[in-house]
Design a protein around this ligand. Sequence first.
Ligand SMILES: Cc1cc2nc3c(=O)[nH]c(=O)nc-3n(C[C@H](O)[C@H](O)[C@H](O)COP(=O)(O)OP(=O)(O)OC[C@H]3O[C@@H](n4cnc5c(N)ncnc54)[C@H](O)[C@@H]3O)c2cc1C
Length: 475
Amino acid sequence: MHLSQLLVITGFAHLVAEELRRDVCIVGGGASGTHAAVSLIDQNKTVIVIDREDRLGGNTHTWTDPHTGRLVDIGVVVFQPKQVVFDFFSKFDLPLLNLSSIQWNEPGQPANISQPAAIYNTLRIDTDFRDGSNVTRTAWPDVGAALGRMAEALAQYDYVLEGYELPDPVPEDLYMPFGAFVDKYNFSDAFPLVYQVSQGMGDLLHVPTIFAIKYFNLGDLQALSQGYLTHARGNNSDIYAKAGEFIGSENILFRSSVVATNRKNTTDGRLEFLISTRDEGLKLLSCKQAVLAVPPHLANLRGWDLTDEEHGVFSQYITSNGYWTGLVKGVGMNQTVSHYNAAGETPYNIPVLPALYALAPVGTIDDVWWIKFGANNPTLTDGQVQDYVVRQIQTLQRAVNAPVTEPEWLIFQSHTPFHLQASPQAIKNGFFRDLTALQGGLGGKMFYTGAAFHTHYSTYLWQYNRDVLIPKMSR
Ligand SMILES: Cc1cc2nc3c(=O)[nH]c(=O)nc-3n(C[C@H](O)[C@H](O)[C@H](O)COP(=O)(O)OP(=O)(O)OC[C@H]3O[C@@H](n4cnc5c(N)ncnc54)[C@H](O)[C@@H]3O)c2cc1C
C-alpha cells in the first residue's frame, strides 16, 4: 500500500511532532504562489508556503558576480506595463525601469555597466549551431504591418488573457497549430520576432494556438511600443526576497515537499498536508483552504489524494518542453556580437532543437555569456544539456577561429518540464472547461494558480491571482 493511502487511513498526527495550523496552505513559492501568499496576508489570512528550493521566486533567479557584485537575471527579465506590476513593486518599495525610456548602447559598443545586464545591444550574426556556418535569413520586410494583423487576430480572443474560460464550443482557431493560425491571419512576417520572444515554447509552429497567443500575447504587442518593465537595478529576485520577509520565515518551509495529503477524509473538515522538510523532518500542516501553485503534472503530485476530477484533468498533459538557462565564463569570443541559432532549411529559419537559442555576451561582466537552451520535449537530462551547450560553444569558437575552451559554469538552472500542454483534441473536448472547474473543489477549499492555470508570464499570473483566484477564495 502506498504511504499516502496508509496515512489517509491512519491519519497523520501520530507521525509528526509539530502540527502547523493556518488559514491557507500554499504549495509552490514561485511567481504565482508567492504573490498569492502576499495577497492573502493582505486579506488578514494566515498562510504557509511550501517550496522544494531554498528561495522564493521559481523561474525568477538572479546571479551575483562574486568579484564585481554585478547582477544578472537568468530567468524572468521583463514585466508588461500593467497596474498589477506597479502595485506589487510599489508594495515593497522597489524601483521599476521602463526599457523604452533609457539610452541603449549602439550595437558594437560596450555595455553600460550602470544599467541592468538585460539592457545590452549587440551586433547579430545568424549561425547554424550544428556546424557553425553562417545563415542568410529569409527577409521578412513587413513586420510592422504583420504585427498589426496579428493584433487584430488576437483581439478576437482577448479573453484568453484572463484565464482559460473559453466559449463552448471552443473556437477551432484556438486549437489549430499556431503555424496554421499565422498563415490564416497572414502575419508570417511577424513570426520570426514572435519566435524569438517565445523562448521555451519548443516547436512553436505546431503547438495549439491558445498556448502560443497566451505566451506572446496582445499585451506584448502593446509593450513592444509602450516599453517593458524590469527591476531598475537588474535584480528581479528582489521582489521575492522582500515578499519572503513580508510573509515571514515562520510561514515558509523551504527545501520541502509534499509526502502525502489528506484533503477528503479529515474529521474537522480541514485539509492536511504531510510535508518532508530537509532540515526539520516531517511536519503536518492543517489548513482551511489550499492553493496548488506547482506544475500539476502527475509525477509532481505523487502522494496527493487526487480527486477523480483532478486526476482526469492533470493526466491529460501529454507533453511539455525542455528549457534550461544559465551563465558560462571563458568563451573568449567577441563580446559585442551575439550569435543567434538558425537553420537554412527550416521554415522561418528557426533553429533545430534541442539547441542553444543564442550565445550572447552579458556585456556587464567580462567574458560571461547567457545560456538559453530549448528542446521540444523534456527528456534530456541536465548533464546532457550541459554537454550539448559546451559542444555548441566549441563549434562556434572553431567557426570564428577563436581558441577552443572548456567554459566554466557559473550557474545552471533547469526549468524543465516547461509549459505543460494538452492535445488539440483534448482542448476541443473541453480540457480547459474541466481545468477551470477544479477551482473551489472539495467544497470550496481547494484552489489552483500558476502557469498551467493561465500562462507563463509573471504579469498575467499576478493579474490572475488578483482578478480570479483571490476573489474565488474569498467567496
Ligand atoms: C528562463 C525563463 C525566462 C522567463 N522570462 C520571463 C519574463 O521575462 N517575464 C515573465 O513575466 N515571465 C517570464 N518567464 C515565465 C515565468 O517564469 C513563469 O510564468 C512563472 O515563473 C510561472 O510561475 P509559476 O508560479 O507557475 O511557476 P514557478 O515560478 O516555476 O514556481 C513554481 C514553484 O514551485 C516549486 N515547486 C515545483 N514543484 C514542487 C514540488 N513538487 N514541491 C515543492 N515545490 C515545488 C518550484 O521550486 C517553484 O518555486 C520566464 C520563464 C523562464 C523559465
